[in-house]
Design a protein around this ligand. Structure first.
Ligand SMILES: [Zn+2]
Length: 241
């Protein structure tokens, strides 16, 4: 059977050196930025659960209808359903050499399901470690332009006058979500799920934690070198530029 036939038959096909990277980290840790950099460097798709759920709901497929119905009912998407969606996404051609998973697995049940889905020796788990109060501090300094939506960091978290958007000149405001109490609540919700997941992975050879408080470029460098070490490469792959 050709590779193409295997795809159409829904048979899992991963290249010999496929790499599936799971990126864990609290909201506000810079995870989104790092996810994009890793996916770019390794030429693998960045699979964000939030994004594929929205995509699936729009797709009109059987899975998509189940997602749409769940969201419409105001329910959380179950482990089984999100696992079916991620499995289907990983079977797409662009994920043949792996993927960067952002938002999956979120529970132990999902982590167990992922182990059955991809070759375990190709899984790399990376945690961005950032102290809760540092995230609260970062979020307090974040302002967003009401008109064009760009995000800025202001020097003084308590300044009444937050300044103006460098692009359009409209006032910068604090998002309600960035309020310290709301940020702390979000971080507790995150930790309740993430702590058991970290315990599930942390003794594996494929697991590494990176200090997320470093400047973003240094975080990226640290992540790349862990990936290279875990994969047994001598060095990270050469940069494109
Ligand atoms: Zn603006």
């Amino acid at each position: 059977m050709s590779e193409s036939d295997a795809w159409h038959a829904g048979i899992r096909y991963h290249t010999q050196d496929s790499v599936h990277i799971i990126l864990l980290g609290p909201p506000g840790s810079g995870k989104g930025t790092q996810a994009i950099r890793i996916a770019d460097r390794y030429g693998i798709p960045h699979i964000s659960t939030g994004h594929i759920l929205r995509e699936a709901a729009r797709s009109g497929t059987e899975l998509g209808r189940r997602v749409g119905a769940t969201i419409a009912a105001g329910s959380l998407v179950s482990d089984d359903l999100i696992t079916d969606i991620v499995r289907a996404r990983l079977h797409e051609r662009d994920a043949a050499s792996g993927a960067l998973l952002d938002g999956y697995p979120r529970t132990i049940a999902q982590a167990v399901a992922l182990d059955a889905m991809v070759p375990q020796d190709g899984v790399i788990v990376l945690l961005l470690r950032v102290h809760e109060e540092e995230i609260v501090r970062r979020m307090r300094r974040r302002r967003v332009c009401q008109s064009c939506g760009i995000t800025q960091t202001v020097p003084d978290a308590d300044a009444a006058e937050a300044g103006h958007c460098p692009r359009c000149g409209d006032p910068l405001v604090r998002r309600e979500d960035d309020d310290p109490d709301i940020v702390r609540r979000r971080l507790r919700t995150y930790a309740a799920l993430a702590d058991p997941l970290i315990a599930f992975y942390k003794d594996r050879r494929c697991y590494a934690a990176v200090d997320g408080l470093q400047p973003p470029e240094q975080v990226t460098t640290a992540l790349f070198s862990h990936i290279a070490r875990i994969r047994g490469d001598g060095a990270p792959p050469p940069a494109d530029d």
